[in-house]
Design a protein around this ligand. Structure first.
Ligand code: PSU
Ligand code: MN
Length: 304
């Protein structure tokens, strides 16, 4: 049998050899979450933020039939320019590799790859969740089940209010996933610091988050943790402002019959247009903030 087609970038390979802290980063946010060239600029800025905070970034994607853990700068640029990248979740990963396609990993697929590579922390913007109307469409992101199966701590700014947030929290509770608000009691809603919901758990320091991650393993519990890190105040878009925009984007998606994997990218692009780019500026600020927290958690994990 062929060995698993896994590729480590030179920086990631060196960090692994020296047991230095590593933070995994996803790539669907690059190909399906932001327009070019802001996607490339953001990906580079997020990698730089991880480095400044003392860890090594490992951006994950499928390119040329290989699962890449860490992308060299030319590969990152090529990915950011790719228009038809496959959106790869748990179901798609093996097929994307078998067909030697270019694929961007979602939260679920990035968790799988990070775990394979021995990386315990992953920073992103927002996770997928239970979509509004899921009682009819059954549209529930595979990200939620992945959090219950794969032992990676995911740092996100909560989940977007394009989703049904109360149902998302309920499903995470059913699956036994710890949802931990960082430094506050409220569950954050991506562009806004407060979803109007209380987070089930709260931790105030990276070392407690790392300790809980390690204890789950010692307890023999599969699955990871969701750390919900609120967007910095200066970049926040209050719920009263973003709410009506979300409603309009959702109505348009329904009118146009947008379904399945196309829903999230459609909504993100429409909200970007409707806010005149303000949603993108907020998105960039929160991803950077999550990258820095991810690096601090990774440093604690490396300490053991
Ligand atoms: N939510 C965001 N931005 C994103 C995504 C979700 O706010 O870019 C991406 C992530 O990669 C996430 C995926 O894992 O969309 C979820 O897609 P789906 O709902 O089809 O599972
Ligand atoms: Mn879906």
């Amino acid at each position: 049998m062929m060995p698993l087609p896994l590729n480590f970038s030179s920086a990631v390979a060196a960090a692994k050899a020296e047991a230095r802290p590593l933070v995994a980063l996803e790539s669907t946010i690059i190909t399906h979450g932001m327009p070019y060239p802001q996607n490339l600029e953001t990906a580079l800025a997020v990698e730089a933020a991880v480095r400044e905070a003392g860890a090594v970034p490992a951006t994950i994607a499928v390119m040329g039939g290989r699962l890449h853990i860490g992308l060299e700068p030319e590969a990152l640029e090529a990915l950011a320019r790719t228009k038809d990248a496959m959106k790869v979740s748990r179901a798609d990963l093996a097929i994307c590799l078998a067909q030697k396609r270019t694929g961007a990993t979602t939260v679920a697929a990035t968790m799988i790859a990070a775990h394979l590579a021995g990386i315990g922390v992953f920073a992103t913007g927002g996770i997928g969740g239970v979509h509004r109307g899921a009682e009819v469409t059954f549209d529930i992101s595979a990200d939620l089940r992945e959090l219950s199966e794969t032992p990676v701590t995911v740092v996100a700014a909560g989940a977007k209010a394009i989703l049904d947030l109360p149902k998302t929290l309920e499903v995470l509770e059913t699956l036994g996933v710890p949802v931990i608000a960082y430094g506050q009691d409220a569950f954050p809603a991506f562009w806004s610091r407060d979803a109007g919901l209380r987070a089930p758990l709260r931790l105030d320091s990276p070392d407690e988050i790392a300790a809980a991650h390690l204890l789950r393993g010692q307890l023999g519990l599969p699955g990871g943790q969701l750390v919900a890190n609120p967007i910095p105040e200066a970049a926040e878009i209050p719920r009263a402002v973003i709410g009506p925009v979300i409603e309009q984007a959702l109505a348009e998606a329904e009118a146009q019959g947008i379904a399945a994997k196309a829903v999230t990218p459609f909504l993100l692009a429409r909200i970007f247009e409707l806010t005149g780019g303000r949603s993108l500026a907020a998105n960039i600020a929160l991803v950077l903030n999550n990258a820095r927290l991810g690096a601090r958690i990774a440093a604690e994990l490396a300490r053991g």
